[in-house]
Design a binder for this molecule. Structure first.
Ligand SMILES: Cc1ncc(COP(=O)(O)O)c(C=O)c1O
Length: 501
């Protein structure tokens, strides 16, 4: 029977092609052929690459047969040994599991994005206790770096333990009491999640609808507030990741305040990618995620609350329905005075966020926004040169989230395109959600993923795959348009420098 290596070469046509797909030296593949097995650590990737034609278990079994793993300190009849004949083995996984080594991907979807190497290094430092004085000092720095990123002086600004959804829930659970009327503006997936949150907090949502891909219409919000003068809170998504549209947060907050309502703003995709000015815009409560334009690991949700919100929550009758998210209790850990145990903080992730925010501080927030815009211009030039069109009108687009119409003639093959980008180029882009599923691709340019080499890889890879499936693309046009866009940006910047010198 052919070995897994031989079957892989047969699928790909040659050893060189296998080596290319795995980003390996050809000699390595040649060694596998000679040895008659592929080392176990490649099992999962081989299954993915061969689209399941070679199962990871086959690779593992073959490797185990050819080169059995010996546990020197434990004989086979040891009751703890996985191969031992003991009742404990009933619970052992059916396949042999080796350490997990994720492949190196280029992440250009809607998030998560690539993590900056400095953040990865920092996260692998030794753990320390969450009440260790050294950690407490780091927390203070982290809070001040977050205030800078949010452009706020809000004392209660900290990273909640959990993904963006925890930040979202944190706001609603604390600010919405049973019976409270909340106006939620929905123009995509995440506005819908806000409605869910209001309902689960036993509030009464009033929904202001806008089409997917459109901004939240300030006039509709004004009308809704006039009709519902008892509304206590207005909630909206600043950067709707499902469509790539950016709403005018400043105007929406102004309208809410005119009607004496507090505001909850979702900045999961906007923070770090486009201006978010909490104090200048008067935002009352805001949440974000660590895994997008902040280039950090998923699992932390930076939040910020004005003093008005803190007073409002403190004055609420009765207990807040969630123990974990009760702002009054968490103040004891993240507040300004002495720290007490609330929950076990994810220390190493917090080291990582500290480093990620430090990177933004070093780059300068405005330069960080400008970088996102610069690479968006190049990506846009390239995509348009391929004949692809944006979902969102130009002046409402998020540079970090590019939603592109999939031409009708290739919509049936859209999943195949993404699969090939992943398998052949290690490149991940996102699919459409809800009514836009199968109709758009979402190409993210967020945080550390927002780099010129990613822009060029994306254009070349997409061009190549589109060409393969029969969509007419002039190879090289997109890359050349992107280079021209970069050149224009640089020449404008040089002229500007001359004028101000
Ligand atoms: C706008 C928006 N809000 C909320 C969330 C939820 O964040 P998480 O997936 O980190 O829980 C996301 C995630 O993509 C998002 O894009």
């Amino acid at each position: 029977m052919a070995s897994c290596a031989e079957r892989l070469v047969e699928i790909f046509g040659s050893q060189a092609e296998v080596a290319r797909a795995l980003r390996l030296d050809r000699a390595v593949v040649n060694n596998w052929m000679k040895a008659g097995y592929i080392p176990a650590r490649w099992a999962m990737q081989i299954e993915t690459l061969s689209e399941g034609r070679i199962q990871s278990q086959e690779v593992l079994h073959e490797a185990q047969r050819a080169k059995p793993v010996r546990v020197k300190s434990r004989p086979d009849d040891d009751p703890l040994s996985l191969t031992g004949d003991s009742s404990m083995t009933d619970f052992a996984p059916a396949k042999r599991i080796s350490s997990f080594h994720p492949p190196q991907r280029t992440l250009m979807g809607p998030g998560p994005t690539e993590i900056h190497p400095r953040v990865l290094t920092t996260m692998s430092q030794p753990a320390i206790g969450y009440l260790d004085p050294v950690f407490v000092d780091m927390m203070e720095e982290l809070k001040s770096l977050l205030r800078y990123t949010y452009q706020t002086k809000n004392a209660l600004t900290f990273p909640a333990s959990g993904p963006g959804s925890v930040g979202m829930e944190y706001c609603f659970v604390n600010m919405v009491a049973p019976g409270d009327k909340v106006i939620v503006c929905r123009n995509g997936v995440f506005g819908g999640r806000m409605i869910e949150n209001v309902e689960r907090a036993r509030g009464v949502p009033v929904v202001v609808e806008d089409a997917w891909g459109e901004q939240v219409d300030p006039q509709k919000l004004e009308d809704a507030l006039k009709k519902n003068p008892d509304a206590r809170v207005v909630a909206f998504v600043h950067a709707e990741t499902s469509t790539g549209v950016q709403s005018d947060a400043k105007t929406l907050v102004e309208i809410a305040h005119k009607h004496d309502a507090l505001t909850i703003v979702d900045a999961v995709t906007s923070l770090g990618g486009v201006p978010v000015r909490v104090d200048e815009w008067g935002i009352d409560a805001i949440y974000s995620g660590s895994q997008k334009c902040l280039s950090c690991t998923p699992g932390l949700s930076p939040v910020s609350f004005s003093d008005r919100v803190v007073d409002y929550v403190k004055a609420r009758d009765g207990k807040i329905q969630s123990w974990f998210m009760d702002m009054n209790l968490l103040l004891g850990y993240w507040g300004a005075s002495t720290r007490t145990y609330h929950h076990t903080a994810p220390t190493n992730s917090l080291f990582g966020l500290h480093e990620a925010l430090l990177l933004i501080r070093e780059e300068g927030l405005e330069n960080c926004w400008a970088r996102h815009h610069r690479h968006y211009l190049a990506l846009k030039a390239g995509l348009e040169a391929m004949g692809l069109q944006y979902l969102v009108r130009e002046d409402a687009r998020l540079p970090q989230m590019n939603a592109i119409h999939i031409p009708e003639s290739i919509q049936a093959k859209e999943a195949d395109v993404r699969k090939r980008l992943l398998a052949d180029f290690n490149l991940e882009i996102g699919a459409g959600l809800g009514p836009l599923a199968g109709k758009i691709w979402r190409i993210g340019l967020m945080g550390y993923s927002c780099r010129p080499e990613n822009v060029m890889l994306c254009l070349s890879a997409l061009g190549s795959v589109l060409d393969d499936i029969g969509y007419p693309v002039h190879v090289g046009d997109a890359e050349s348009a992107a280079h021209q866009a970069y050149a224009q940006v640089h020449s404008r910047a040089a002229q500007q420098k001359l004028r101000t010198a």
